[in-house]
Design a protein around this ligand. Sequence first.
Ligand SMILES: [Mn+2]
Length: 330
Amino acid sequence: MAKQPIITLLTHTHPDGDAIGSTTGLYHFLEGLGYRPTLVLPDPAPANLVDLLPDQVLIHSLDPVAADQALTHCDILIGLDFNQFKRTGSTETAASHSSARKILIDHHLNPDTAAFDQIFSEAGRSSTCELVYYLLLAHPTVQQSASKLSMDTLYSLTTGLITDTNNFNNSLSPATFRMAADVCEAGVDLDRITEKIYRSNRSNRIDLMGFLLNERRFQLKDVGAEYMLFSLQDQKKFDYLSGESEGFVNLPLQTKRVRLSALFTETDEGCIRVSLRSKRGFSANRLAQRFFNGGGHENAAGGKLYLPLDDVAAYFEKAVRTFLLEEDPQ
Ligand SMILES: [Mn+2]
């Protein structure tokens, strides 16, 4: 028998449901085919997603030597749910310099075509999980039948489908619902996933949500923008755990006149994490690319700022006003 290739799977920093779901979904599928892949995460998964993880996971922030080793000494490196190695944080160097054959499976705009040998990139997909699902359906062992996929793979992929669409609220297409129907038919209990993701939080999350909305939310009324500032001090005060502010950035968009919402989260890595959400007609992706060292999707993007949190308000206001003038100069 030919020697089995060594496969390593990698996703982006602060992994969300789609990042964890797509990597673990593919992991379990490859395992079922007899491979022994390695899963590398730049940092730990949120508590409500750890049940999807296999027994062995290498977390770079906890075990950098072993994680770098897995990225360097593999034959195939598969990146999921990011468009450039920069989005993988501390694993960027080892991953981008790895001599492995590099494959990307992703749904963000503007994939870094120079960095990969093979790219499956479809920005029209709700989630990387949706894209992985349809790729796996085409595999000879699956023959277009979801029931041929293991329950582990199905639950993983469905998790990302649910979280990246914000529980079937955005980024929807007929293929999204087709996948949802398929997985239901194959035995996935959607309610079990939504219970875990949306109805199993600590009360800290609700307290924090109220606090940020009331005390740390600011408006640029004339341009329809709002932003929230989330300091390290407030994170400590609410005993914040990574992932617990998931979805907060969407809340201001419930107001009719708000078309752009931003959440700035101070980190202990010396930068501010930026989340941007917008309504149709306002490109969060271009704003993130132009002013926030990032990008993503048209109406949902992220980035980083290297400024003190105190300077973010002025920077944001100037960025939004400049951006609007550039986009619509009249
Ligand atoms: Mn995604």
